[in-house]
Write a protein that binds this ligand. Sequence first.
Ligand code: 8YV
Length: 323
Amino acid sequence: MVKPSVLVTRRWPAAVEAQLAESYNTVLNTGDKPMSPAELREAFKTYDAVLPTVTDTLSAEALDVPAAQTRILANYGVGYSHINEPAARDLGMTVTNTPDVLSECTADLAMTLLLMAARRAGEGERELRAGGWTGWRPTHLVGTKVSGKTLGIIGFGRIGQEMARRAHRGFGMNILVQNRSAVAPDALKQFNATQVDTVDDLLPQCDFVSLHCPGGAANRHLINGRRLDLLKPDAFLINTARGEVVDEHALVQSLTFDTIGGAALDVFDDEPRISPDLLQCDNLVMLPHLGSATRESREAMGFRVLDNLGDFFAGRPPRDRVI
Ligand code: 8YV
């Protein structure tokens, strides 16, 4: 039997690439250069499966390939707002993602950002590396206590719940939750969490707010200027979800005029381009989209894609089908 043809759009962990090469007629992207929309369109005419990542913008235009050969987009990552859902549906493509295997590491990174912002770790490191540290003093880089404070979590899926576990069990934080559907009482009870109805209800009550909702059009600028103004003047905003969820221009205003305590971002609206205004904000921690960047998660994400492909080509419903 002829093996299905598979295109991997970026470099993946070696063990996963080896398994892909054994199981399929696989073309790897050994140069790891992001593919252009034209190259992606060409790929959809050629390969049975395309394995994209967040750096492949699969817009309606990129997916405008009437005679597509590709039957499955097996996405490497849990978020898939870079894939235009109606266009993929129109082409009859199956889309899968990789949940679960990155939840703990992404929550670890969100907690890292929360702690860095509260304790001014980014400012401290920048000062020290620039040779600007003049020595210990009682008033130097004084931050904000984390333990026992209130954390608001927007989006209480798997990653949001892992964040709650860390914050509540590790730091004794009180947990408030906003989620588009009602959260099962047991899931709240584990962390003594309370669900509120709306984002507007949540924001004024929190010392820290961490975003764990999906990106995409529905949540674009969910955190806008009006909502940033609902935060306490010393509250912190953490975003490990998707860049588009936060209106970066409004965030710059809040940070510049100190109407909030600070923020920490792992994701950006037009990444990898960073708005120059964000770079000017000292009370902002920024990381280059590292949420799932551990050896363990990145390998497990790849093997999860292999599971999804295996099911699909064997005629079984893939476990992580999202479209
Ligand atoms: C991935 C992520 O590394 O899984 C996600 O949604 O944001 C990251 O952890 C990235 O999206 C890979 O495509």
